[in-house]
Design a protein around this ligand. Structure first.
Ligand SMILES: Nc1nc2c(c(=O)[nH]1)N[C@H]1C(S)=C(S)[C@@H](COP(=O)(O)O)O[C@H]1N2
Ligand SMILES: [Mo]
Length: 201
């Protein structure tokens, strides 16, 4: 009986700190899958990551080259526009800052492009200075294909539709242009703390 009484305090699911849940969101301990199409599958030998568009010269990393880049492990809260938030998710990957190091560009925006054709647009300030990564590891394991494996963009300070799954590169752009969901009515920016969910928010 003593165990029963103390279980609530020992349980692995602590109650959410309300200060960490953005307006209109609820906490979930699941990791829902939201994909606009089928999960693409490709061999790692066929994977590469590219920087294209408005820059001095295109950059390309094969999977093996990508694995040798400096990596970061970090824990962040993530927020989906469908209203779930998940706290303390653990990731590992390469900072977009690392990929852009030494690149000469006047780009103001990037468009992430993916296997399967999904795109999403972001101002360059939202993917630099420690705000975005190309991740291939979640919770200490290779990223599940349903969640974007082998690699996805992760931009945890914006709604999760900006975190493009199966990402294959970033196109540097001198002007903003809407990506897949942005063209269909999602907010162009997507800050969960400002509830930037849809066009008129
Ligand atoms: N390539 C690609 N990336 C994508 C999507 C998609 O359909 N295709 N869905 C986006 C949306 S709307 C959300 S909410 C998150 C969901 O990520 P999850 O399935 O890992 O929870 O992925 C985003 N990235
Ligand atoms: Mo979404």
């Amino acid at each position: 009986m003593g165990g029963f009484l103390t279980r609530g305090f020992r349980g692995k699911h602590r109650p959410a700190d309300p200060a960490r849940i953005p307006p209109g969101q609820y906490e979930t301990h699941d990791f829902p899958v939201l994909s606009a199409g089928p999960t693409p599958r490709l061999r790692l030998a066929d994977w590469d990551f590219r920087l294209t568009g408005s820059l001095d010269a295109e950059r390309r990393w094969t999977w093996d080259e990508f694995q040798k880049l400096p990596r970061e492990r970090f824990t962040r809260d993530i927020h989906c526009v469908t209203k779930w938030s998940k706290l303390d998710t653990e990731w590992e990957g390469v900072s977009v800052d690392t990929l852009l190091a030494g690149v000469a560009t006047k780009a103001t925006h990037v468009v992430a492009f993916c296997d399967g054709g999904y795109t999403t647009n972001l101002p360059i300030e939202d993917v630099t200075q420690g705000k975005a990564w190309i991740v291939d590891t979640y919770g200490g394991h290779p990223l599940d294909p349903e969640h974007g494996g082998p690699a996805r963009l992760l931009v945890p300070h914006l709604y999760l539709w900006k975190s493009a799954k199966w990402v294959r590169g970033l196109r540097l752009a001198d002007a903003d242009e809407p990506g897949f969901w942005e063209a269909l009515g999602y907010h162009n920016h997507g800050d969960p703390w400002r509830e930037e969910r849809y066009w008129n928010d």
